[in-house]
Design a protein around this ligand. Structure first.
Ligand SMILES: [Mg+2]
Length: 144
């Protein structure tokens, strides 16, 4: 199965960075860079590596900023990849999809077995497989 993760509000606390919205509007990448983790990354990395060894794919599906210019979008994509490297450096993701704001996440769902973790309800509702909110990610992963 594919085990897919949103970033902002799911594993990265973008919305907890002071001034995040003003910074995004001003096309400053700082909030993406400085976002704290929302769960224990050592535990998450260990679990993801184990699931990947069992044959599952580990996938990121993250939207760019709502109204960013092309240059800003490119910078945001780089910073998001750097964030993953910094906080989940031991995980070799099968796919890191940093896509335009509003891209249906269900486009990345290939089977009804696929799992999504995402803080936004519409994304979970449109997902064809199982979709979970951000509470108890580690506990849910333990059941896969
Ligand atoms: Mg999100």
């Amino acid at each position: 199965m594919r085990i897919c993760f949103d970033m902002d509000g799911t594993i990265a606390n973008l919305y907890g960075v002071e001034g995040w919205l003003d910074n995004l509007i001003a096309e400053d990448v700082r909030p993406y860079r400085e976002a704290k983790v929302l769960l224990n990354m050592n535990s998450l990395a260990r679990k993801l590596n184990k699931l990947q060894k069992q044959g599952h794919e580990i996938v990121i599906i993250s939207w760019l900023s709502k109204c960013g210019s092309e240059n800003y979008n490119e910078a945001v994509a780089e910073v998001k990849k750097a964030w993953l490297k910094k906080h989940l450096g031991s995980v070799r993701f099968d796919e890191v999809n940093i896509v335009k704001y509003g891209t249906p996440k269900s486009l990345f769902c290939k089977s009804s077995d696929d799992v999504l973790f995402d803080d936004e309800k519409p994304n979970r509702d449109n997902w064809l497989g199982s979709a979970y909110d951000v509470q108890n990610i580690l506990e849910v992963l333990a059941t896969l």
